[in-house]
Structures are given as structure tokens and as C-alpha cells.
Design a protein around this ligand. Structure first.
Ligand code: URA
Length: 188
């Protein structure tokens, strides 16, 4: 079975597959261009996102927007989503059962989008999507290829909030991500 974008939104809005549905204010589904070649996958909505129902509207979102601008991107040409669609209280790490309960939604999003490049933001996304032993510090910016899609990861914007010296590292990664997207766009 495959859902349409509207159906994904409706299912997420009504979702009770895990206990986060009891504590969330608003579920946060992915946003952006449904034709995008570049998909960003982060961890889970934060407190601001939980209030507003959109991904990356808080302080991490400000960093993300700077990164996008500095690498020649904007939100209208990419698609941004999270592993979890609901905010884990206190910003704790997502639990295994929460990630598994939510994973079908990410699958539906990815299937509809068919991105050429997937960028995981942070360890939680990279370990769920690329490899369970993925190490951001050593492996950020490296590529894995799966079903005509190039997958990679970099630090989560919140890591830059904690350590601003990471900004330039992540910016360089983003510039490479755009190059990879553009290369793959030209492939037959
Ligand atoms: N952090 C995330 O991982 N996702 C968001 O949407 C916002 C902050």
C-alpha cells in the first residue's frame, strides 16, 4: 500500500502508534518541495516545532537556514522531515519503539519523493538510516549508495549551537551535498 501526501498527513495527524501521541501538541510532518531531489532527515521535533507543527522553526532552524543560504539552497527546493513526527518530552533521544512505530511514515514520504540525495542531520538519523554504527565525527560527508540514491550525514544544527566552530565543517559538507545533487540531476 502507498499513501498520497494528503493521506500521510491525515494518518500522522491521527496517529496513536506510540505514547508520544499522548504528550505532543502537534505532530510535525515533513515540509518542502514534493519534487525535491534533496531530502533532509533529522531526529525529532523540538519544543518550538511541537508548538507550531512545522520542522525546524526554533533555534536549530535558524542555523539550518544559514547553512542552506550559505550553500546556495533554500527551503522551497528541498524536503525536510524527521525520524519521529512527535516531540519527545524534554528533548530526550527517541526510543527504539518510537522510531519503529514512526518509520512507516518516513518510508511513505521517501517513496513518494524519490530523492536523489538523502542527508541525515545528526547521529540518531544517520544510525537509523545509513548504518547502526555510523559515527558522525569520523564519517560525516561520506557517501553510501542505495537504489539510485546517495546517502550521507552531517552534524545536527543543534551541535553547532553547542559548538559554533562546527559551522564551517557543516557548511563545507552542505556545499558537497549540493554538488552531488547537481551531478545526479545530470545522470541519465
Ligand atoms: N530538531 C530536529 O531534529 N528536528 C526538528 O524539526 C527541529 C529540531
Amino acid at each position: 500500500m502507498q499513501l498520497t501526501w494528503d493521506e500521510i498527513e491525515q494518518h500522522v495527524a491521527a496517529c496513536t502508534r506510540c505514547p508520544l501521541s499522548q504528550t505532543r501538541n502537534r505532530p510535525v510532518i515533513g515540509r518542502g518541495d514534493h519534487q525535491a531531489d534533496l531530502m533532509l532527515i533529522a531526529e525529532a521535533p523540538g519544543g518550538q516545532e511541537d508548538q507550531q507543527g512545522f520542522p525546524f522553526v526554533g533555534r536549530s532552524g535558524e542555523i539550518l537556514d544559514r547553512l542552506l543560504q550559505d550553500s546556495g539552497l533554500n527551503r522551497d527546493e528541498i524536503y525536510i522531515t524527521n525520524i519521529l513526527k512527535c516531540h519527545p518530552p524534554g528533548n530526550r533521544d527517541p526510543r527504539e519503539e518510537e522510531k519503529e512505530a514512526c518509520f512507516p511514515y518516513l518510508k511513505y514520504e521517501t517513496y513518494l519523493l524519490k530523492p536523489k540525495v538523502i542527508v541525515c542531520l545528526g547521529r540518531v538519523a544517520a544510525q537509523r538510516i545509513i548504518s547502526p554504527d555510523f559515527k558522525i565525527t569520523r564519517q560525516h560527508g561520506t557517501w553510501t549508495y542505495r537504489n539510485d540514491c546517495a546517502l550521507t550525514a552531517t552534524y545536527h544544527p543543534s551541535a553547532i549551537l553547542r559548538d559554533p566552530s562546527k559551522y564551517e565543517i557543516v557548511k563545507s559538507d552542505f556545499i558537497e551535498f549540493v554538488k552531488e545533487r547537481d551531478t545526479r540531476r545530470k545522470m541519465p
